[in-house]
Structures are given as structure tokens and as C-alpha cells.
Design a protein around this ligand. Sequence first.
Ligand code: UD1
Ligand code: CA
Length: 450
Amino acid sequence: MPVSLIILAAGMGSRMNSDLPKVLHQIGAAPMLHHAMAAGRSLDPSRIVVVAGFEAARVRAAVLSFDEAAEVVVQDPQLGTAHAVAQAAPLLADAEGDAIVLYGDTPFVRPETLEAMQAARGRHAVVVLGFQPRDPARYGRLIVNGDQLDRIVEYKDATEAERAIPLCNSGVVCADAKTLFALVAEVGNANAAGEYYLTDIVEIARSRGLSAGVVICDESETLGINTRAELAGAEAAFQSRARAEALENGVTLTAPETVFFALDTHIGRDAVIGPNVIFGPGVTIESGAEIKGFCHLEGCHVSRGATVGPFARLRPGAELAEDVHVGNFVEIKNAVLDEGVKVGHLTYLGDAHVGEFTNIGAGTVTCNYDGVMKHRTTIGKRTFIGSDTMLVAPVTIGDDAMTASGSVITSDVPDTDMAIARNRQVNKPGLAVKLMTRLREIKAAKAKGQ
Ligand code: UD1
Ligand code: CA
């Protein structure tokens, strides 16, 4: 059955104490909104509508960066969760099948849980996701009778007896899209907060003779983020899950608690990740690659058999083919290294292409920036770049070529040539000893004078 997602993300999140909308604060190097979108996307939804409000333009940009086909509707003013869902109604008027309401600030709902809600729709017109928190605090309470959910009461409006109920409302709802919008249209705002509560649709559904039911999930899935402290807690929860998943997928982590993953990190089986490795967004590591300790990786691809680090930095656009070796204190940005390339030490390669089996000597720098524009460096196959070569881009070095150590290469080097671009060495006989003697005399004279 087709499904549409409605993701509520209009709130400012005032308790974050931030100029950034709450849903754009990051967990696993991605806006927390992307986590909810990722969970929902695993249902293969036909439509995704995000309800934005505070800083809607920034929220829209973040939505589209995750999924160009997603739609954004602006809710202004924000009159409650039912009012928020109603904003999606015109866009989804013709949507067939179910709609699921998710929240931009509730990032950890599992795809399996959403599937269980869809399955429960076979028995109920409206399915609500409930949970039993250790501390039920101010959550809405689910009033259940047998397998029927009678209504949801908000904490503010609840009696003492209702507040004693341990089963709470996560806010996540699944219903036929047309039914959902029909129910939402009937919600009023006669309550303690003067808001249009989405939770009221349950009582309205029951009064129409429709069935409502509850699917229960673990508290960890409904973790909502309202403060920086909760954000930090959510980051820790995300990281420990990501580490456990990596281990389960056959990745070796020598010190799991020191490795930090992004939402979209992909690591193949039998890859080995050393201690203190940080993955930014957009990293894929193929099977059997090794990332040694203290590396930072972002927007890069590391192929089978490659080794990286320790202390290497791979920046966006770094692509390492099979069996490439990148050693310590090497930075690679927007550069493709073909099979078997070796870049052992103290090197910067930016805006470059390096052909297969080429060796880049220690201290090599692609001088890719002239202060205004970036330029490319192209290096051929089986070439040897001597240590401390400055490659002043734009420049092309051919196949089977060499550059002498300490060269500043400003013009192209043809295939099979050796380029030497440095001053010729001159030896002055005996000058070292003469010079030292003279310097010691000067120092001694100065000491006497004081
Ligand atoms: C809501 C539920 C409550 C549940 C709790 C779980 C209602 C009435 N109550 O309460 O039963 O236990 O979530 O966390 O639904 N939002 C909008 N536009 C609005 C109002 C809210 O987009 O006009 C968004 C907020 O940005 C937020 C989410 O909806 O992400 C929930 O809204 P919030 O006001 O925090 O509801 P709660 O009081 O937490
Ligand atoms: Ca909330």
C-alpha cells in the first residue's frame, strides 16, 4: 500500500537557546530532521511533506539536501500539531493509501516500528505509537480499553488518575491519508493550551465508529530532543548504536568508543578502523580497507585494500582506488588516486588526479590555489614525484616521469622526462669549519663585553 510521510518541524525549539531551528541541530553529522526522514524513507514513501515554520527557508534547504523530491509546506502561525498536519492536506489531497505523521525532533523511530504500525492498520483505522517511559513526565497519556484506544489526554488536561497511566503518546500516528485529514479538520482548540491537538483525532475517530489501536515501541525510539543536554545524549545514543551496527556488520573497531560515525557512513565487511577515527558526512569504506588511528574522513571513498593514516585527513572529493596507501600527515581534497598510488607522508593533494602506481614523495604539495582561483594538477601513471616537490597548478606531469626532490614545478613534464627545478649545488672547500670558528669568536667577544 502506498504511504505518505508528514514530518512536523515547524517549532523553534526555544529551549535549545539557539538561532538555528531545533531540527537542524546535528546528530551523527546530519541535521536531526534527516534521521526522521531516513527512518521514513525505508518505507519507500510516495510523498514526503515536511511542515516547516520557524526559519522555514533553512529547513527547506536541509529537506531538499536529503531528498530533492520531498515537499515543504509552511505553517504560520503554529497553532498546534493538528493544525500542522492540516497544512499538508492540500498537497496530499489526492494521496492514496496511508499517511504517517513523524516529528523532526524525534529522530530515532526505527523503520521496523513504522512497518509494525502499517501492519496494525489492518485492524485499526488509526494507529498510534505508544511507549512506557521510565519517567512519564508531561507526555500525553493513552486511554486504552482492551485492544481499542479510546482517546489521548494531554498531560495539561489530564486528571490525577489519568496522569497515573504509564502508557504515553509518542505523537507518531498512522491512518489512511483521507481519513486522517477528515479527522484533523474536525479538531477544535477548546483545551488548556488553546491549541489544535492532533491527539484529539482518536476520540473523534471512535465517535464515528472507527477503530483505533496502539503499537508499543521502546522508549529509546521516541526520544525527543528539546535541550542541548538532550542533544548531547542523543548523539551518544546514536554513536553507540552506530558502533554496535558496524561491529555486527563485520567491521573491526579496535576501540569502538573512540570512533564517531555519521548518519550515512557505509563501511564494508572486514574493514579495520583504528582508534579515534572521525567520520563526517558522505564516507564509504569498502571491504578490507584499513583506516588507522586519528584520521578524519568526510565526503570520500576508500576502496578495497587501501590503507589510510594514522593521522590522515580525507576531505570531500577524495577518492582512493584499490590498494592505495595514504600515510601520516597527508591531506587529500577533491582528488582521485588510482590503483596502487602511494602517498606516504606530509603531503597535500588538492584538485588533482594521480595515475596508477605513482609514488608521491614526502612533503609534496599541490599548490592549487593562487589566492583567487583553484587549479588542477594531473599526474600520470608509474611516475615518481620526489620529496618536497611543489606542483604549481595548473600543471600536468606525464606517465613514467620523475621530479627531483625540492623542485618547484611550474611547467608541464612530458612522459618519461625527469624534471629538475632547483638551484644547482655548489660545495665551498673548508668553508664550514671557517664559518663556525668565526661565529664562536663573535659569541665569545659578546660574552666578554657584558
Ligand atoms: C506532543 C503530543 C503529546 C506527546 C508528545 C510526545 C499533541 C497535542 N501532544 O506533545 O501527546 O506525548 O508530543 O513528544 O500532539 N509542531 C508543529 N507545529 C505546531 C505545533 C507543534 O510543527 O503548531 C511540531 C513541533 O515542532 C514539535 C512537534 O510538533 O516537533 C510536537 O509539538 P509539541 O508542541 O512539542 O508537542 P508536545 O507538547 O511535546
Ligand atoms: Ca515536544
